[in-house]
Design a protein around this ligand. Structure first.
Ligand code: F6P
Length: 550
């Protein structure tokens, strides 16, 4: 494929950008009272308002042409039909099959994968029910009160994020904990909260070879045996989720206590698979199925909605517009819902591991910016940390605001006192980022307050805001399992669409593998008694200094 930069649509977008790049959103809103009407999508109770982006009536149609030039529809069909689009790992990316609640056949290498998926969901359901009901007993006959998921990356971030987000749906009888970091502090501090007799460890690793996870898993096993004084206890306190049966058995976990999934499930897309076991245990299998159902709805929406009404497509195109034409290379995720406080970290992996790449599918260097640097924090906490830069920094950061209309908690005046304050802050932020405040407005405001002229002269420029900063707002009724499934699937497909436009394989992660490879070279040097000379002088000295002082 020739670079998308040479396409007619791209060239037209370059011209379009030249003509509107200085346009002020405040003027665009003043000139067009239908701006919101024309630039939002409603899907059931989901409202996506993208009118506060630097777009005009021509922008989205031109971007849609770009998606056609990138053959988006063809690639979307390849994704859903199980074609091996992850060519560098020789795999399909069939996570959509995991949540295919309509159960229509999905083929992988000519075989319908749905029966195995359904079987795996049933196994998760039976097991999670037995743990929740207390039927599953620990080695000394007590029921399970704590589950500890040991995994990292996709085997941690999704389940941890979802368990936090759906806490109101979680059982009060079981505490879900997550250990990911190989830093011993993570496991040690978690174990301090655990009673060995009532703790179930879930070792979650697609490969069952990941250094961090296996190190934590072995230490957890040692801890359990030392406490319960019998290695037979493992069978009641350890289960595994993996694609690697042999490694699981070698670890000492019986086949029966293993929940399998398949190599066509990418790590960062795996929460829909048995990697979601901690979710199913915590919120129950029916709620887990609702999570799947929400994602499945979005899969259907992505497949069938026209591009201008297609939520992942429109969000992706706006992202391309901001990154490649305005050169805004970071993107902030700002959920005004404490339950979603782990969403930015979850989306960091999903987006940056998928599209943080500079080589295209044909092996050529991409001469465009690709995946954004993604970051964020829940509101209102972020407002008291980094929003200063969002409002007045030199960098312009496009933002996604996420806001539930209803809180899960009744608290404050009339039961929604806190929530109304939260909503007002979200709306105030999107409004002020767009509108800004001119120096004249800042002066008038101070004059109105009777501030002396000399102080106004001093402060006017400091209290002015350029505004014109793009944001997208995603509103929904409340953060329930189905809604969360929808939100996650929207972002998955958004990232997929962007990968297609940049001609990237969004499903491999060689950068991460590279880190693992180098770490495996450093560790033996660190363990050796002698001084190392194996690497460059900085690396050698870091190793040698550490060894000397260890
Ligand atoms: O972080 C890199 C990665 O390869 C992810 O893609 C994956 O989710 C994670 O490591 C963990 O891998 P595994 O599930 O095999 O332990």
């Amino acid at each position: 494929m020739t670079s998308i930069k040479n396409s007619d649509a791209w060239i037209a977008l370059v011209d379009h950008h030249k003509s509107i790049k200085s346009a002020e959103m405040r003027d665009l809103f003043n000139e067009d009272e239908n701006r919101f009407n024309d630039n939002h999508i409603q899907y059931d109770d989901l409202l996506i308002d993208f009118s506060k982006n630097r777009i005009t009536k021509d922008t989205i149609p031109l971007l849609i042409k770009l998606s056609h030039e990138a053959n988006l529809n063809l690639w979307r069909d390849k994704l859903f039909s199980g074609e091996k689009i992850n060519f560098s790992e020789n795999r399909s990316a069939l996570h959509t099959a995991l949540r295919n609640r309509s159960n229509t056949p999905v083929l992988s290498e000519g075989k319908n994968v749905m029966p195995e998926i359904n079987e795996s969901i049933d196994k998760m359901g039976n097991f999670s029910e037995s743990v929740r009901s207390g039927e599953w007993k620990g080695f000394t006959g007590k029921r399970i009160e704590t589950i500890v998921n040991i995994g990292i990356g996709g085997s941690d971030l999704g389940p941890a994020m979802v368990c936090k987000a759906l806490k109101p749906y979680g059982t009060k009888n079981i505490i879900p904990l997550f250990v990911s970091n190989v830093d011993g502090a993570d496991l040690a501090q978690t174990l301090q909260q655990c009673d060995p007799e009532t703790t179930l460890f879930i070792i979650a690793s697609k490969t069952f070879t990941t250094q961090e996870t296996m190190t934590n898993a072995f230490s957890a096993r040692e801890w359990l045996i030392s406490k319960l004084k019998d290695s037979a206890a493992i069978s009641r306190h350890f289960v595994a989720i993996s694609t690697n049966i042999t490694a699981v058995e070698d670890f000492g976990i019986a086949k029966n206590n293993m929940f399998k999934f398949w190599d066509w499930v990418g790590g960062r897309y795996s929460l829909w698979s048995s990697i979601g076991l901690p979710i199913a245990i915590f919120i129950g299998i029916d709620n887990f199925k609702d999570l799947l159902a929400g994602a499945h709805e979005i899969d259907n929406h992505f497949k069938t909605a026209p591009p201008e009404k297609n939520i992942p497509v429109v969000l992706a195109l706006i992202g391309i517009w901001n990154i490649n034409f305005f050169n805004f290379t970071t993107h902030a995720i700002l959920p005004y819902d404490q339950g979603l406080s782990l969403l930015p970290s979850y989306l960091q992996q999903l987006d940056m591991e998928s599209n943080g790449k500079f080589i295209d599918r044909e092996g050529n260097r991409i001469c465009l910016n690709t995946g954004p640097i993604l970051w964020g924090e829940s509101g209102t906490n972020g407002q008291h940390a980094f929003y200063q830069l969002l409002h007045q920094g030199k960098e312009i950061v496009p933002t996604d605001f996420l806001m539930p209309i209803h809180s899960q908690y009744k608290i404050g005046e009339n039961g929604d006192g806190h929530h109304k304050i939260l909503i007002s802050n979200f709306i105030a932020q999107t409004k002020s980022l767009m509108l800004g405040k001119t120096e004249t407005e800042a002066r008038d405001e101070m004059l109105g307050k009777g501030i002396p002229k000399k102080d106004i002269d001093l402060l006017a420029s400091h209290k002015s805001f350029i505004g014109n900063r793009p944001s997208t707002s995603i509103l929904f009724n409340k953060l329930d399992p189905k809604t969360l499934g929808r939100i996650i699937a929207i972002y998955e497909h958004k990232i997929f669409v962007q990968g297609i436009i940049w001609n990237i394989n969004s499903f491999d992660q060689w950068g991460v593998e590279y880190g693992k490879q180098i770490a495996s070279l450093v560790l033996p040097e660190l363990r050796k008694k002698t001084t190392t000379t194996a690497f460059d002088s900085s690396t050698n000295n870091l190793i040698n200094y550490t060894k000397k002082n260890l």
